[in-house]
Design a protein around this ligand. Structure first.
Ligand code: SF4
Length: 181
């Protein structure tokens, strides 16, 4: 009986804290600029546009020879991701990568750390391709795991062969970045 009351009390407290943080944000902006700013939507749009410009800048820099962890096509894919257009990016979690939780159980990736699905333990892994692929249909469009993107990017025979030819053409010297166009 007491459980739902405590639950409601904590829920109310959390909601109250959230509202007060929003109010605090408005007050801070007003105190700093003297303007009541309700244009949050425009701010988000501005941030999105700035990010798109930054990604183009990063691609241009990498083509000019700057070393970066992510490939040019991957950086370009970030724009697709922001627009919700990136559905399948060859996530290899649970196939080539996995995580071991502190209690010895397994999960395909960090975003799935708190998932209750049984993927087995270190001694007995239980990664079945069918359910794993089915799960990825729903999580891939919303996930931009850097590690698994890089693994997925490299898990491509044509890309690896092209990269080797590129290396050979330069005497296996000097091709160290991921510009793949
Ligand atoms: S898409 Fe993301 S959340 Fe889904 S399995 Fe891959 S890394 Fe994990």
């Amino acid at each position: 009986m007491l459980g739902p009351i405590i639950e409601t009390f904590i829920g109310g407290l959390l909601t109250g804290v959230l509202y007060s943080l929003v109010a605090l944000g408005f007050v801070l902006i007003f105190k700093a600029s003297g303007v009541f700013n309700f244009a949050q939507g425009s701010m988000v749009l501005l941030a999105g546009l700035a990010l798109v410009r930054s990604l183009d800048w990063l691609v241009a820099k990498q083509r000019a020879g700057y070393k970066m962890t992510n490939s040019t096509s991957r950086i370009a894919e970030m724009k697709q991701f922001m627009r919700g257009g990136l559905q399948d990016w060859n996530c290899r979690a649970g196939q080539n990568t996995l995580i071991i939780r502190t209690d010895g159980t397994l999960a395909p990736c960090f975003p799935m750390y708190s998932a209750t699905y049984d993927w087995g333990t270190i001694e007995r892994p239980k990664f079945e391709m069918g359910p794993l692929m089915e799960m990825k249909k729903s999580c891939q469009p919303h996930c931009f795991s850097t590690l698994n993107h890089i693994v997925g990017f490299c898990y491509n025979d044509a890309r690896v062969i092209k990269w080797l030819f590129k290396q050979a053409a330069r005497g296996f010297q000097g091709v160290t970045n991921w510009s793949d166009d």
